[in-house]
Design a protein around this ligand. Structure first.
Ligand code: FPP
Ligand code: MG
Length: 332
């Protein structure tokens, strides 16, 4: 464990589901997480004028769920390849959020002004590009071509998912299957890659581990879409109703229109903060948020059930179950 990493871990206050996993695992997990943390800092430091924005983004309070999944899927034998993969997936994740905030013109993330809001569109676009490129440098330095391919194909899927979202914007006829396909690409895929990279970093066969990651990634996105409507911003660290303001049709809205047909007539092109807040209240009143939460919980249960009999050590499986449960308890 490096001094830098320990300090970085102390500085960031991690939410309970994450600390529950680190407390339960042996000393190997916090030690490797600390290496991921110092590796992230090292990766973004000393490369000119974007370093300040990059370090601020890094310290903005991310949960580091993806690197933790990499390490948990690698298990106690996690080594340098798993740490590199953890750094790379977190950098791709951060890059995608910085770009997403540009596309969404989002004011807040993790309770802080987004890079887009504080430094402007050009700088945020350049920062996202830089974080994204750095992920590949970290992997290439480890010399694992398969890992590079895995992260590259994953990044392509993220971009495809984002494109689907833009193509489906304002479309009140979007189906549940369109929604799940998009979420699988934009969110499920990176969770899946994190699990596969971890497992293969120690020479294991991926088996059903990718599907485990995909399912918890989907559950994560479902709950993210609930939080966008339920808020409150003090708890989620993001503005409420951003999806509606952006024309993004999510599962809560799709389900709510079945209960309240007047919602189907909503014109997403004509939304302002006030009408978006009213629409959020109306969606919540239909009970759609509870339905989406139940579906997320069902996905978590399916993910956990898929690990049984998959040749994963009991202790490792229990930690994966713990992090899967942690997805349900998220507020940011
Ligand atoms: C956040 O979800 C955004 C994503 C999961 C993916 C965004 C992907 C891109 C911008 C394209 C690919 C970019 C790279 C660098 C590969 P959300 O918008 O549903 O959640 P939010 O409420 O946190 O904004
Ligand atoms: Mg967004």
């Amino acid at each position: 464990m490096t001094g830098n990493g320990e300090e970085a871990i102390r500085r960031r206050s991690l939410p309970e589901p994450v600390t529950a996993v680190t407390d339960t695992a042996g000393a190997w997990l916090p030690a490797r997480m600390s290496e991921v943390e110092s590796g992230l800092l090292k990766a973004v430091e000393g490369e000119g004028e974007l370093t300040e924005d990059a370090v601020r983004t890094l310290n903005a309070g991310g949960k580091r769920m993806r690197p933790m999944l990499v390490l948990l899927c690698a298990g106690p034998e996690a080594g340098d390849a798993a740490v590199r993969a953890g750094i790379a997936v977190e950098l791709v994740h951060m890059a995608s959020l910085v770009h997403d905030d540009v596309l969404d013109r989002a004011p807040l993330r993790r309770g802080l002004p987004t890079v887009y809001a504080s430094s402007g569109r050009e700088r945020a676009t350049a920062l996202g590009d830089r974080l994204f490129s750095t992920a590949f440098r970290v992997l290439v330095e480890g010399g694992d071509a398969d890992a590079v391919t895995q992260v590259s194909t994953t990044a392509v899927d993220l971009a495809r998912g984002e494109l689907r979202q833009r193509e489906g914007a304002f479309n009140m006829n979007l189906t549940e299957s369109d929604y799940f396909e998009r979420c699988g690409l934009k969110t499920g895929r990176l969770f899946e890659a994190a699990c596969i990279l971890g497992r293969t970093s120690t020479g294991g066969e991926p088996g059903p581990i990718g599907l485990f990651g995909h399912r918890i990634g989907l559950a994560f996105q479902l709950l993210d879409d609930v939080l966008d409507i339920a808020g409150p911003p003090e708890r989620t660290g993001k503005a409420r109703g951003t999806d509606l303001l952006d024309g993004t049709v999510t599962l809560p809205l799709i389900i709510a229109t079945d209960f309240d047909p007047a919602l189907a007539a909503l014109d997403l092109r004509d939304m302002n903060e006030e009408s978006a807040a009213l629409a959020c209240d109306r969606i919540e009143a239909t009970g759609a948020l509870d339905e989406v939460r139940s579906r997320a919980i069902a996905l978590i249960e399916e993910a956990k059930a898929g690990l049984i009999g998959a040749g994963i050590e009991t202790e490792q499986r229990e930690l994966l179950e713990l992090i899967a449960d942690g997805v349900v308890h998220r507020y940011s």
